[in-house]
Design a protein around this ligand. Sequence first.
Ligand code: THU
Length: 155
Amino acid sequence: MEEKKIEIKLTVCQSDELPEADKHLRLAAIEAAKRAYAPYSHFQVGAAILLDDGAIIEGNNQENVAYPSGLCAERVALFAAGASFPEKPVKALAIVAITDGIIRPSISPCGACRQVMLETEQRYGHPVRILLCGQDETVVVPSAQDLLPLCFSWD
Ligand code: THU
């Protein structure tokens, strides 16, 4: 029997010390969160995607009275990017949550969103940097692969 350890690297930084491009992406995610449709959870999530030509695509959670019919912010943004700009690789994704008008400490995406992020990475052969943005601190994960160790794949 052999015990193995899987480690991931994260960077934790002050949100106001992020590089300008990341600050901009964080602000886009905040604006997106403000437009979320979350009448059931009142948990507003925003996602902003940076494409490799510099364009930013935003998404937010879209809830539904038939709960499973709703979708998380990350997938709304990723599917919108894939639908409109399938040829453009995704470079980064910022995520933020707001409740009662206040930006929450950084949140981490659900398993289904991680799976979609991972496929985006594999599709373009390019890591997607993930910024988990809080009011004060932002956690930077270098790639979706880091968030989904031992993931499913055909091979
Ligand atoms: N939600 C997201 O949009 N992204 C996440 O990373 C976590 C959860 C949404 C789903 C639901 O609309 C609400 O937040 C509460 O779970």
